[in-house]
Ligand binder design. Sequence first.
Ligand SMILES: Nc1nc2c(ncn2[C@@H]2O[C@H](COP(=O)(O)OP(=O)(O)O)[C@@H](O)[C@H]2O)c(=O)[nH]1
Ligand SMILES: [Mg+2]
Length: 179
Amino acid sequence: MISERKHITLQFKVVIVGPQNSGKSHFISRLKGEDQYNYIQTIGVDFSRYTQQLIYNNTLYTSNFILWDTGGSIQFQEINKAFYRGSTAVIIIIDINDWNVLQIIEYIQDIKQYIADTQQITLIANKTDLDQFFNIDDLISLVQEENIQFQMCSALLNKGVIESITKLNEYIIRIQQQQ
Ligand SMILES: Nc1nc2c(ncn2[C@@H]2O[C@H](COP(=O)(O)OP(=O)(O)O)[C@@H](O)[C@H]2O)c(=O)[nH]1
Ligand SMILES: [Mg+2]
């Protein structure tokens, strides 16, 4: 007898933070399948939805991401803390050409003050197309120690964007299956 595949629908809030101009809104525009990104500075927070289906352990998962795209620069990090409430995951998008390892780690530590251990952090190093970034080996080992997922992408070239979200989705589903 062929067993029927289970279908589970999930919905989770994901907050996207990072310094101004790191590519957060461009990243989301790619997820939404837009070919052209028209730059508009994000004021406050923009909301979008992204749905992805995955089969995991013979179960079909439909994951509805509610994405909170936060505006503002690093000085306003304090303001973002209210946004983290109730989120399953926090995606930090940085411009990899802009910052060194120390600056990135400091930024992550700052955010960690405001979120619980159960909220997954994914670090996304964007703008890999510019090719001016440092050797990332140190960064990778540091984030692994902190149980943070790491992805690289170029929103401009639409490379690694879907992969980043898929990896996060798989992680969330795995955790959910363990519960
Ligand atoms: N070269 C390059 N530019 C990018 C990339 N992603 C975003 N940008 C550009 O960087 C600028 C800021 O992007 P935006 O998404 O608005 O930044 P936000 O402030 O983090 O939302 C825009 O001109 C984007 O087109 C990328 O991967 N590579
Ligand atoms: Mg923006």
